[in-house]
Design a protein around this ligand. Structure first.
Ligand SMILES: *Cc1c(COP(=O)(O)O)cnc(C)c1O
Length: 351
């Protein structure tokens, strides 16, 4: 199953040559040593809880994740949201104006935006009508400068997961990195691809605390990959990219795993209730299967229905301009009360 993967063929030349910035806290690694006097980083010495720089390697957070996910801490990189993690992948592996990546619309908009920011060509290969990757077309689009294929599974905005066969085929046959964005994996019946990390050296998984974990405000994104890939990302990441408050708040939340589970179960229950009720809204033309905390629906006139809901104080996402999503709206699952109000509002609109 090996596909002659060699990370040295992927890393940008300047990144290979780069000597990373070495912060005070990098040079003294015994960061947790309680009775040391720290006069190395020009901090204000008066304690207020956050007067010290944060741990640049976020070892306390990584220790919890490593145990939870059964990986080693050196297979984890944390970022200021998964958006930073995705940006680091571009900057480490894609030579501006030379390399390209492949994305599969309709999908998360940030891959294309980050490609643009980094002056990297974004080759778009549409999903099929049932929102699955078109493997032959993807492999036709691959050339010698294709560095990354982005797979979002469950996919935003369509809600479905990609078939295991398609994902495995790309992992086995594409010699660049296959990034699987699992922002919504906790709402899915499917297992994370994390379990396959040892099998595929080109597998990169991103996750986030912004959705199921209920911490969009703290900005914490996670990348799981081989130790080799992670060490390249570590070379270029800003030294203190995850702040102290974020690290503390994430740990507090991890210690409340029962609450997280209860919330996820409730969101899934609410989602499945919404799916049933939406069937009876007469201007809803199609409800797409979902394994995420949102539902994509096709309606008679997306722009009109969007405006009508705004007028009733409910904000949803209009996806009508996305390929394959004509007249589609994306509804995030809210609390039971919010969903009731959504349904009442939809029922009150004229056919
Ligand atoms: C919401 C979302 C993210 C989360 O990004 P953060 O920067 O971690 O908040 C990542 N990928 C997809 C597909 C998303 O929908």
């Amino acid at each position: 199953m090996e596909n002659n993967f060699d990370i040295n063929n992927l890393v940008r030349e300047n990144v290979k040559q780069l000597k990373p910035y070495s912060s005070a806290r990098d040079e003294f690694e015994g960061f947790d040593t309680a009775d040391m006097i720290f006069l190395d980083a020009n901090e204000n010495p008066f304690e207020n809880g956050v007067n010290r720089y944060p741990d640049p390697q976020q070892m306390s957070v990584k220790a919890i994740l490593a145990k939870q996910r059964n990986v080693k801490p050196n297979q984890i990189l944390l970022g200021n949201g998964s958006d930073e993690v995705l940006d680091l992948l571009f900057r480490a592996f894609c030579e501006p104006k030379t390399d390209n990546v492949i994305t599969l619309p309709p999908t998360y908009g940030m891959y294309g935006v980050l490609a643009n920011i980094n002056a990297v060509e974004n080759k778009e290969v549409l999903l099929s009508e049932d929102f699955q990757p078109q493997i032959e077309k993807i492999m036709e689009a691959v050339d010698s400068t294709t560095k990354i294929i982005f797979l979002c599974s469950p996919n935003n905005p369509t809600g479905n997961s990609f078939s295991d066969e398609s994902v495995a085929y790309l992992l086995q046959n594409f010699k660049g990195l296959v990034v699987i964005d699992e922002a919504y994996i906790d709402f899915s019946k499917k297992e994370s691809w994390i379990n396959e990390l040892d099998e595929y050296p080109n597998l990169v998984i991103t996750q986030t605390l912004s959705k199921a974990y209920g911490l969009a405000g703290i900005r914490l994104g996670i990348c799981y990959a081989s130790a080799e890939v992670i060490s390249v990302l570590n070379k270029i990441k800003p030294p203190y990219n995850v702040n102290e408050l974020t690290q503390q708040r994430a740990i507090v939340r991890f210690n409340d795993s029962d609450k997280i589970k209860t919330e996820i179960v409730s969101i899934i229950e609410q989602r499945d209730k919404l799916l049933k009720v939406l069937l009876d809204i007469n201007f809803v033309k199609k409800i797409y299967p979902t394994e995420a905390n949102f539902i994509l629906v096709k309606v008679d006139d997306a722009n009109k229905r969007y405006d009508e809901l705004i007028a009733k104080g409910i904000v949803i996402r209009n996806r009508t301009t996305q390929p394959l999503c004509e007249n589609c709206l994306r509804l995030t699952v809210g609390t039971e009360l919010e969903n009731k109000k959504l349904i009442a509002a939809l029922q009150s609109l004229n056919a």
